[in-house]
Design a binder for this molecule. Structure first.
Ligand SMILES: Cc1cc2nc3c(=O)[nH]c(=O)nc-3n(C[C@H](O)[C@H](O)[C@H](O)COP(=O)(O)OP(=O)(O)OC[C@H]3O[C@@H](n4cnc5c(N)ncnc54)[C@H](O)[C@@H]3O)c2cc1C
Length: 481
């Protein structure tokens, strides 16, 4: 059996490879870069631990815990300090703790009486039934009010997607919100009654899911998966094209100055959407991947700064703070990294991880590191009472950080479904298809491994017509899962 090719050694590709290998199916993981992990990047230096990409994994599905156990990483799992549960949102140019209970909501200074009334009114707002796809902003203003959009949701969208609520689609970017309205007619009612269904499915809502990392940062996970995949991972090897030959796939790649070809029984594409658009695919009927170049990934810079404890007035106890655009700061938000995980800073110090750029200020993300540090320190001075210079500073620039699930994004997902039907043995997985979070990517990798294993078993069990697989070359009809 020729191995399954996996393009991309981010968390999606490594998870898929790990589970295929455990099923006895050989894999080759091709990675264009010189390290595994994709956007996951942890750096230990001078007693600080900087996390540039994701900071935590949300345990929204039982598959996350399974992967950690299967990879033998239970003992290295690091749960956050229980005192670090508070989340702050900036209003009146200072961080205000988000209410942790319904009573807290009615007494918080985060929202005016008008916004609190809008929440009481929400269960009586009729659900939209005309099927129109709304932006997050339209949805929130219709069901709640402008203040919620400007002072809460805008900050949340910047924190999760580095995105713009006027562009993101509620059904594509926050599908659970849309489903709450569809099923229960109201977000508040859905929040209450939906909890039972989630429990039955073994799922946990994102706002309640336990989050965790590892003793030496998230990079521990991809590094461990890579070790277990052994020779199956090829770094510095960029896949440039695919060709369907008979029942197999011929893959073209460039490794340094060398070009090569390899035959694979199936291919999982676990790279980025923009790199997918650059891939040449030869198959019958012809496949075009150009449309994926339209998927926008705004630039983001991660700015990790270490301070002496006495140089920061705010206690910084909690997860971090989100900043709405209307508050007029340049940073999108800050994670109180060493409050979450105390081993992220030496004793008597703290680590703050801030993000700059996104859809809000894309031009700022590309500033040189000293300018990024300066604008971050200027904002942190006002917001957290930071004085003095950081004694640890590290920035990483992601020119294309996070895909924006904008209004109309469903057409890209439909196109992927169509191509998978047209080109048997080619599978798409990862953050550009199944949700942008790390946990979404892990679940996507697990499911990709299952889909490939099932497809291979079916393909082995008989000709496609008999096994129920559509014969290769027959015209495809798009189907939506
Ligand atoms: C700054 C930032 C902060 C984030 N914070 C969080 C967070 O706190 N929590 C959370 O849950 N999520 C967070 N995310 C999102 C999450 O980290 C990602 O969605 C997830 O890691 C994506 O994994 P992936 O494997 O799908 O893709 P990637 O990590 O992008 O990996 C894709 C890999 O494919 C390789 N590749 C592409 N094309 C080719 C080719 N032709 N040949 C060979 N290799 C190729 C790339 O080099 C890359 O290594 C964050 C993302 C960013 C950028």
């Amino acid at each position: 059996m020729s191995p399954v090719a996996i393009i991309g050694a981010g968390i999606t590709g490594l998870t898929a490879g790990f589970y295929l290998q455990r099923k006895g199916i050989p894999v080759t993981v091709y990675e264009a870069g010189s390290r595994v992990g994709g956007v996951i990047e942890s750096l230990r230096s001078h007693g600080f631990l900087a996390e540039f990409g994701p900071n935590t994994i949300l345990e929204t599905s039982p598959r996350i815990g399974e992967l950690i156990r299967d990879a033998g990483l239970q003992s290295r799992r690091l749960d956050p300090d229980p005192r670090a549960s508070a989340r702050y949102v900036v209003r009146y140019r200072r961080p205000i703790a988000m209410p942790a209970s319904p009573l807290g909501f009615f007494t918080t200074k985060l929202f005016t009486a008008k916004a609190k009334l809008a929440v009481l009114r929400e269960p009586f707002v009729p659900p939209r039934r005309d099927g129109k796809e709304e932006s997050v902003a339209e949805f929130v203003v219709r069901r709640l009010n402008q203040e919620f959009l400007d002072h809460a949701i805008d900050a949340l969208v910047a924190g999760v997607y580095a995105g713009d609520p006027h562009k993101l689609s509620v059904t594509q970017a926050f599908p659970k919100l849309g489903q709450l309205e569809e099923r229960y007619g109201s977000l508040i009612r859905g929040q209450i009654f939906g909890a039972r269904e989630r429990k039955r499915r073994g799922e946990v809502a994102k706002d309640r899911a336990p989050k965790f990392s590892f003793d030496e940062g998230l990079q521990v996970l991809p590094e461990t998966l890579r070790e277990q995949l052994g020779q199956g991972v090829r770094l510095n090897t960029k896949v440039t094209g695919l060709r369907r030959v008979g029942g197999a796939w011929e893959l073209r790649y460039v490794a340094g100055r060398q070009e090569g070809r390899a035959e694979h029984s199936a291919v999982i594409y676990a790279g980025t959407a923009h790199a997918l658009a650059e891939l040449g695919v030869e198959a019958q009927p012809p496949i075009s991947l150009e449309a994926f170049a339209e998927i926008r990934y705004p630039p983001v810079a991660s700015v990790v700064l270490g301070f002496r404890r006495q140089d920061v007035a705010h206690p910084c106890e909690g997860f971090g703070m989100l900043i709405p655009k209307v508050e007029g700061f340049k940073i999108l938000g800050t994670i109180f990294s060493s409050s979450l995980f105390p081993n992220r800073a030496p004793a008597g110090h703290l680590t703050l991880t801030s993000y700059v750029g996104g859809e809000r200020y894309p031009d700022l993300a590309g500033l040189p590191p000293d300018r990024l540090t300066q604008i971050t320190c200027d904002d942190l001075k006002v917001l957290l009472g930071v004085s003095g210079r950081p004694i640890f500073e590290h920035t990483v620039y992601y020119p294309r950080a996070i895909p924006q699930y904008v209004v109309g994004y469903g057409r890209y997902r439909e196109l992927m479904n169509e191509i998978e039907t047209q080109a048997p043995g080619l599978f798409f997985a990862g953050h550009y298809r199944d949700g942008i979070s790390l946990s979404d990517s892990i679940v996507s990798g697990c499911k990709a491994a299952e889909r490939v294993a099932a497809w291979m078993a079916q393909a082995r069990s008989g000709p496609p017509e008999e096994s129920g697989l559509r014969p290769s070359g027959a015209p495809a009809k798009g189907h939506i899962r």
